[in-house]
Design a protein around this ligand. Structure first.
Ligand code: ADP
Length: 204
């Protein structure tokens, strides 16, 4: 985690002294979030979030990568959980992962369509995952871009929900969290998050 700069640190290195003053004033949310591009399974955090399916028994994409890296004990624990509803979240150990826990959440199957139900379910994924972070007294968590792969949620509106929901939650629970990492895998998402994080977190 020490290798991943917070959003504030990243910005500070690119700004002149005046900007720096502005950025450091207030001690806002920029210290609590990071943008990381790469494989979520290598992150040494308290919990990584898995974009699972309702069976919780593994699948493709990030789910497959997490199960592969965690080993078969993860499958066994998931098997005992009796699945998970869309928008909800369940927690397991991390087993062979560097992360201590895995929070499994099930995003909506959007197939390109964003309606009220999809928005509500994706928002719930982020909120319910963060509520588990709090319940287990964890301090650092990394999220992948839930639903934007096989489930087909359009990337830009998905990022709005991810960033907006996390921001609101941190504001309400700032003493409960040290760092939320947005772990993007694709260049498209990296560009989208970078742009939006500058707007959402910079002025705090
Ligand atoms: P969903 O079924 O919820 O759409 P996917 O796993 O298909 O989940 O995709 C969710 C996001 O996870 C996509 O942006 C995909 O590129 C990304 N992803 C795939 N593998 C990894 C990984 N190892 N680490 C982080 N993100 C990943």
């Amino acid at each position: 985690l020490d290798d991943i700069p917070t959003w504030r640190e990243e910005n500070r290195s690119r700004t002149n002294k005046d900007d720096e003053k502005e950025l450091t004033a207030g001690g806002g949310l920029g210290d609590k979030v990071s943008l990381y591009k790469g494989d979520i399974t290598v992150l040494e955090v308290d919990a990584i979030v898995n974009a699972a399916n309702t069976s919780l028994l593994g699948g493709g994409g990030v789910d497959g990568c997490i199960h592969k890296s965690a080993g078969c004990c993860l499958y066994d624990e998931c098997h005992s959980l009796n699945g998970c509803e869309t928008g909800k979240a369940k927690i397991t150990c991390g087993y062979d992962l560097p992360a201590r826990y895995v929070i499994h959440t099930v995003g909506p199957v959007a197939r390109g369509h964003v309606g009220d139900k999809e928005i509500k379910d994706l928002t719930s994924c982020y909120k319910n995952s963060l509520d588990l972070v709090k319940e287990y007294d964890l301090r650092t968590v990394a999220f992948p871009c839930i639903s934007t792969g096989i489930y087909g949620y359009p990337n830009e509106p998905a990022a709005d929900i991810a960033l907006g929901t996390v921001k609101k939650w941190i504001e309400e629970n700032s003493d409960k969290i040290t760092r939320v990492i947005f772990c993007v895998f694709l260049e498209t998402d990296f560009t989208i998050y970078k742009k939006k994080m500058a707007i959402i977190f910079q002025d705090n």
